[in-house]
Design a protein around this ligand. Structure first.
Ligand SMILES: Nc1ncnc2c1ncn2[C@@H]1O[C@H](COP(=O)(O)OP(=O)(O)OP(=O)(O)O)[C@@H](O)[C@H]1O
Ligand SMILES: [Mg+2]
Length: 505
């Protein structure tokens, strides 16, 4: 394989109003390599990608593709030029079928008509190739974000790109899905496709990448062979400071909790086709983790407790009161906060400002007739911008102008700020950098110490074991066990539980 770069970007500068997202950045991508772009939330990673793929016009700089100067003006042009991208925010069309999404623009035709049968067959074959099994005729929106992401990747692969860009493709995938993706990436690299991989999971970067480029605050810090840059040094380059991880915390399970005081009690709660009936108690000040593979029913379980979906069996009690007609509005009025996994469609309103987005749940809980007094609102917003280190620290920016990780922090702030009795967090650290992740874990820990109960979902088992007092393990949409002993709070135990109990049936 020749060492000639396939992509060479030099002196790239990009200004947004008030922010220099990139400042004279150089980036080189070689044939057949997997190259990580690393940096904190807001460092400029996605912007660099978007300049390359024609989403944004750079204010300065040069781009060579295969040695030729190029300047794309749309992702479509970039794609035609051989650069395929899976953006951080899934950019497929929800209401179209899986097959339509996979083959959009390249549908097999019969004369002037789309040949739907051939399209479905081709889509199926493509997904088979990367080892995922979906009903290609079903709307894409009926699948989880993770599945949607894999469909986007399959689409990029089908186009047979020279360059494939993956901006946080793994943030919502479970271990098996990640393994599938890595296998696909390796085989593409062997075929000579160059890849840019952006991920906040350092272990994945170390496993799959050849080189990395580190950005901080829009500037280039350097480029290294992965084998030559130990993780601690990488973190130092990314953050420009040391991270204090939660590692030093006493293990949560070791803390004593009164058994009699139950905040939430689910008995036989279930919903046909979604989650089998389950029993679960959550006590004040307790963090209960939900662990399981993709599609195991974690989100569905959380949604029943949150009132986002209606249960068709069983009962849910909250502070001793049987909840009837449980829905998101009554739930938040009672002090149940639900931070959903899909920040784009269920969470943030892009055109509203950071402050407006943050205050939304509090305002809804008070009723729209009683606006939150401006002084109180400003104080709360400022407090949480600081606590979560949201950058830029400007409450008046439209939230869509923030980087992906910073958007996620705004969504978290929305729910933390109402001081719920129960906070349900579905993948709260998805897309969050190492430093901020530790901040969020610490915050969850603090809030629970103040008596808030937390139901916590994460595909990262390590994070679940670290934060949880007890772990409810799910498999095939069924709660199969609740781990509670300190010795059980390990990723190995969770995996064993899933395998063993699954084998019983
Ligand atoms: N469309 C936009 N308008 C205004 N500012 C923007 C826009 N897009 C990005 N920015 C700003 O540019 C900077 C870099 O953002 P970018 O999305 O590239 O970060 P990132 O490294 O991808 O972060 P993350 O890890 O959170 O995804 C941030 O300060 C962000 O707020
Ligand atoms: Mg980004």
């Amino acid at each position: 394989m020749s060492d000639a770069p396939i992509v060479q970007m030099t002196g790239i500068t990009k200004d947004f109003t008030g922010v220099r997202a990139l400042d004279g950045v150089d980036f080189t991508l070689r044939r057949g390599e997997i190259h990580a772009v690393m940096g904190e939330n807001g460092a400029g990673k996605s912007t660099l990608i978007k300049v390359l793929t024609g989403v944004h016009d750079p204010d300065a700089g040069r781009i060579l593709l295969d040695g030729e100067p190029v300047r794309f003006h749309s992702p479509g042009q970039a794609q035609a030029g051989g650069i395929s991208t899976v953006y951080q925010e899934v950019n497929l069309t929800d209401n179209l079928s899986v097959a339509e999404n996979l083959l959009a623009g390249r549908e097999p035709r019969l004369g002037p008509f789309i040949n739907f049968r051939a399209m479905r067959r081709k889509a199926k074959a493509l997904l088979d190739e990367i080892g995922i099994d979906l009903n290609v005729a079903a709307p894409l929106s009926s699948y989880s974000i993770a599945m949607q992401q894999l469909v986007a990747i399959a689409r990029a692969i089908d186009i047979d790109a020279k360059v494939l860009i993956l901006d946080e493709p793994t943030s919502s995938l479970d271990r098996d899905e990640v393994a599938v993706l890595m296998r696909v990436m390796r085989s593409l690299a062997e075929r000579g496709t160059a890849m840019v991989f952006i991920s906040h999971f350092l272990d994945q970067v170390y496993e799959i990448c050849d080189r990395m480029t580190v950005l901080r605050n829009g500037t280039l810090i350097g480029e290294w062979a992965v084998s030559e840059l130990p993780e601690s040094e990488l973190i130092g380059h990314m953050l420009g400071r040391e991270v204090q991880t939660l590692g030093a915390l006493e293990h949560r399970a070791a803390r004593h909790r009164p058994d009699d005081d139950v905040l939430v009690s689910a008995r036989g709660l279930g919903r046909k086709g979604s989650v089998s009936p389950f029993d679960l108690d959550i006590r004040p000040g307790e963090v209960v983790g939900l662990a399981g593979l993709l599609g195991s029913g974690r989100t569905e379980t959380a949604r029943l407790i949150a009132g986002a979906d209606r249960a068709d069996s069983g009962a849910l009690e909250f502070r001793g009161e049987r909840l009837r007609g449980h829905n998101p509005r009554t739930a938040s009025a009672r002090g149940i906060g639900f931070c959903p996994e899909n920040r784009k469609t269920e969470g943030l309103v892009g055109d509203l400002t950071v402050a407006e987005n943050m205050i939304l749940a509090m305002q809804a809980a008070r009723g729209w007739a009683r606006t939150v007094p401006p002084a109180r609102r400003d104080a709360l917003v400022a407090e949480f911008i600081e606590k979560l280190d949201i950058r830029p620290a400007d409450p008046d920016l439209p939230v869509k102008n923030l980087s992906g990780g910073n958007q996620q922090k705004v969504l978290l702030a929305r729910w933390m700020l109402i001081e719920p009795r129960l906070l349900i967090l579905d993948e709260p650290t998805r897309g969050i950098d190492v430093g901020a992740k530790a901040d969020i874990q610490r915050l969850v820990n603090e809030l629970s110490e103040d008596g808030m109960a937390v139901l916590f979902i994460s595909a990262e088992l390590e994070e679940v074991t670290r934060l949880s007092d007890r772990i409810a393990v799910l498999r095939d949409r069924e709660l199969i066990d609740i781990l509670h002993q300190e010795s059980d709070m390990t990723t190995d135990r969770i995996v064993e539980t899933i395998v063993e109990k699954g084998g019983d049936k």
